[in-house]
Design a protein around this ligand. Sequence first.
Ligand code: IPM
Ligand code: MG
Length: 369
Amino acid sequence: MAAYSLLMLPGDGIGPEVMRQVRRVIDWMGRRRDLEFTVSEGLVGGCAIDAYGVPLSDETMAQALAADAVLLGAVGGPKWDGVSFDKRPEAGLLRLRKEMELFANLRPAVVFDALVDASTLKPEVVRGLDIMIVRELTGGVYFGEPRGIEDLGNGIRRGVNTQVYTTPEIQRVARVAFELARKRGNKVCSCEKRNVMESGLLWNQDVTALHAAEYKDVELSHMLADAAAMQLVRNPKQFDVIVTDNLFGDILSDEAAMLTGSIGMLPSASLGAADASGRRKALYEPVHGSAPDIAGRDIANPIASLLSFGMALRYSFDRGEEADLLDRAVQNVLKGGMRTADIMSPGMARCSTSVMGDSILRELDKLVG
Ligand code: IPM
Ligand code: MG
């Protein structure tokens, strides 16, 4: 069997230390599951700025385009604040998303039984929660033109960003949401601000039209994005799949992350369109950021990154069995009481990043016997 190519971009802050645990699981898959990967590494974000003067070099961009999947850690940190947007660490990540055309960002928020008490919400509100946020990732206000800060003179400046969507952009991401819903709870809730934004009105109309034409079997509802933020903490289990734009998806997915107890638990997959052979460009990354305040201390939670690799197994390599194994290993380790600092609760065993990795590997060994 030919090896799949993986490009690892650990990035900044806690990125490298959590990705080290991912690397161990990749190697485990090669040893124990006959799943060979050719792994290369590159720089993205602040570390790339330090090394090359840009947050993503053209060579790394080309490697990302050629890889079967990209695994990213996190980008950013105070060291690189205060420079123009195109030179910030985040610009490296945005370039990857844009040039790989990763328009569909899947952010599942699943509450593991063992972590019900780690959430700041009441156990009965979050127990058994399993929702999927589908965030549009290559359009909207993140990329719209015009943008910039303009000097109007007399000490007055003007900051501009543009929220813009076209029908094909809306429909292709809505299609991903409908298809996913069919394999889950068969419900899609589309969120926008049609009460104040034309782009929201168009979003609403295009999703409605696509639903009527191709997905009548799926239950579709619409919610204003602010109301959705409220409903996510009031009664999150009413949702199955949420589809929304780039900015609202950024915000709602951080909110959804905290339902699960910690943002350190949330994985994500960013997918492009399928080509003729059914393959999609794909990038997998934890939803959390670089957490510079705890970087280098071996206390970060590697689970979001590990589950992101699990999503790669599922969506890029069609190895659902191995993805399930990894999910189960994580669940069992949590059931056994191991906790990194972010999900620590009374009576549990606090552990480091690397010990969490050790435990998950040991559990994987146990599961395959
Ligand atoms: C995310 C992050 C990014 C975003 C940043 C790092 C550019 O918050 O993936 O949610 O805003 O999309
Ligand atoms: Mg975010």
